[in-house]
Design a protein around this ligand. Structure first.
Ligand SMILES: [Ca+2]
Ligand SMILES: [Ca+2]
Length: 603
């Protein structure tokens, strides 16, 4: 079972022994080639050139080295004893460890003694270098979110390197590659689709760079969710945080046209329209659905227009589209324990104008630290939010979305064959319940990527199953499916219990193997017993249809989500009064993580 395969990749515990075993393996590979070179040299000792240089430069300096002998540990030990006993005034050495696996010893000797070792045939002497394990092992983040979300669990694997994540498209204000965290992170030069002036090359606004650094940055101490894959940046937002719907749709079109070419399997939209809409008519919703039906997981922000944690309608595209993954902002309260986790008070949740509960799930989105370009609009607007040079601390569902987008990419790295529906199912099924959060405010729950990864071998529920029965094809136009909105509209207009029959039956039966989440009465009853809200909509279909046509063609202005949140006054005040730095991981947190099979970072 694939489930087992995934588990077997995860070391049981981050033990020193495991680490040591890996070190030995890496060294062994190294030394096999050295030994071969040595044998080719007719049994003369082979001394690594760096040790010879060290002996020449500072013969008295104590040097850590590994002595291998073609005759094994005994002869290597003898060689050490001979070298250690040399009376040159530099003192004796230390035999630190016998390495029977490779026929050698790890020792400390005055550097000058390599001249003695060089005269002993059959030896290979190399520095006992500090191993820089691999770049992947250096991934770290000073904040809590990568660990709490189970993302750090997937940064590394027992057998490095980790499988690369697929390419992630970022539809935002651009990415500045002058920011160290984002240098070399773009697969191809940025695609500029922004028609609104002023728009600098790179990222004049800063939002896209911030989002991208959370997604896949490699800045020291600020590694993003999917650092072992590449991004494609589609710039649709100008330097003032504005975009037009048509540009965002053009970006979706670009991704549809190029996803095979660049292996794009995830697209992040930390954006929203400013015009309320129904998904069946909204052009951007249709665009992101095309992405979804093309095999690209679409992740988007729920919005920051919630007030005091109360539900509201979730009414803006693309976060109101029922197919895609809409992400709410979790306030993890700066603690690893989930017992205090809740939705950030401004994180939007509730029903869409079409009756679908949003968000799907939530991830940390409060007091997030991300990279911003020097001179960017965001940096100028929030000088008091500077975490460290080049880094800001900001809050918003914009910054929760890339966490989930990165998580989706990590799942696809493990199982490239997964469809967007399956990725969505795995993310929801693996999500954690949070008792302190209002039912539904975090959707199915809080992201736990490690747990989702553990479920990939099993049958995954398809949260979109009921909707998929309304997919259709028009082969004369496109091989990509489309949502038959006429059929769906007729179905719900003629059957007010569409939700409780076709939707519910398929959704719940597909998940019958799971008990925890699917039997959650809170989710189900919240959804299905909100009769007043649903009825209100179901019985006004005619009027709604009329309203659709008056809004759907508007090329509305767009705003980057965090900017709405942070720049509209009250919320910015609420979050900026917090003392920096916030929500960091502590040593006790890290110790606790090691005991959690879904969260423990691989060594
Ligand atoms: Ca831009
Ligand atoms: Ca917490």
């Amino acid at each position: 079972m694939l489930n087992d395969a995934v588990n077997s990749r995860t070391p049981p515990v981050s033990s020193p022994l495991h680490r040591f075993a890996k070190t030995i393996c890496l060294l062994a590979v190294c030394l096999v080639s050295l030994a071969w070179i040595g044998n080719a040299g007719a049994a003369a000792a082979v001394i690594d050139s760096s040790l010879l240089a060290a002996a020449k430069a500072n013969p008295a300096q104590s040097a850590r080295m590994i002595i291998l002998s073609t005759n094994g540990v005994t002869d290597a030990t003898g060689a050490f004893n001979t070298a250690s006993a040399v009376k040159d005034g530099y003192g004796v050495g230390t035999l630190r460890m016998q390495l029977s696996l490779v026929g050698g010893v790890a020792v400390t000797l005055p550097a000058a003694r390599v001249s003695t070792l060089a005269k002993i045939s059959g030896l290979t002497v190399t520095p006992d270098a500090t191993l820089k394990q691999t770049a992947f092992d250096n991934y770290s983040n000073v904040q809590l979110w990568p660990y709490l979300s189970g993302i750090a669990h997937l940064w590394t694997y027992q057998w490095n390197p980790a499988p690369p994540t697929p390419t992630i498209a970022v539809v935002d204000s651009g990415v500045s590659t002058s920011v160290p965290a984002m240098a070399s992170r773009l697969l191809i030069p940025q695609v500029n689709l922004c028609s609104l002036a002023p728009n600098s090359s790179g990222d004049g606004d800063g939002h896209g760079t911030f989002v991208s650094s959370l997604l896949a940055g490699v800045g020291s101490g600020h590694v993003g969710a999917a650092p072992n894959g590449k991004l494609i940046s589609l710039d649709v937002v100008n330097d003032q945080g504005e975009a037009s719907t048509s540009d965002v749709i053009a970006a979706a079109q670009w991704i549809v046209d190029h996803h095979w070419q660049y292996n794009i399997k995830v697209a992040n939209f930390s954006l929203q329209s400013t015009t309320p809409s129904h998904f069946v008519n909204d052009p951007l919703d249709k665009a992101v659905e095309k992405l979804w039906f093309s095999g690209v997981v679409v992740v988007t922000a729920a919005g920051n227009y919630g007030v005091d944690g109360q539900p509201t309608s979730v009414r803006y595209a693309p976060g109101n589209d029922p197919f895609v993954i809409t992400v709410g902002a979790l306030d993890n309260k700066g603690t690893l324990n989930r017992s205090d986790d809740a939705a950030a008070p401004w994180s939007t949740w509730g029903y869409t104008l079409d009756g679908f509960a949003k968000p799907e799930l939530a991830a940390s989105g409060r007091y997030m630290v991300g990279a911003v370009p020097a001179g960017s609009t965001l940096l100028k607007q929030f000088p008091n939010n500077v975490f460290s040079p080049g880094y800001l601390e900001l809050s918003g569902t914009s910054f929760a979305a890339p966490v989930v987008a990165g998580a989706a990419a990590q799942l696809l790295a493990l199982h490239p064959e997964l469809t967007p529906d399956q990725v969505k199912g795995a993310l929801l099924l693996g999500s954690e319940q949070t008792p302190a959060a209002a039912a539904g405010s975090l959707g199915a729950g809080e992201l736990n990527t490690g747990k989702s990864a553990s479920l990939l071998g099993g049958t995954l529920p398809n949260p979109n199953a009921a909707l998929n029965s309304y997919l259709a094809y028009d082969w004369s136009v496109s091989p990509i499916a489309y949502f038959d909105s006429d059929k769906w509209t007729k179905a719900i207009a003629g059957n007010a219990s569409w939700d409780a029959t076709s939707w519910e039956a398929k959704w719940w039966t597909s998940a019958s193997q799971e008990t925890k989440w699917w039997t959650s009465a809170a989710w189900e009853t919240k959804w299905w017993t909100s009769v007043s809200q649903e009825t209100k909509w179901w019985t006004s279909v005619a009027g709604v249809t009329k309203w659709w046509t008056s809004t759907s063609t508007t090329d509305a202005a767009w705003v980057a989500q965090s900017q709405t949140d942070q720049r509209n006054g009250t919320l910015a005040q609420a979050d900026t009064t917090t003392t920096l730095p916030g929500y960091l991981i502590t040593k006790p947190d890290f110790a606790a993580l090691l005991l959690d099979p879904y969260l423990a970072p691989a060594p």
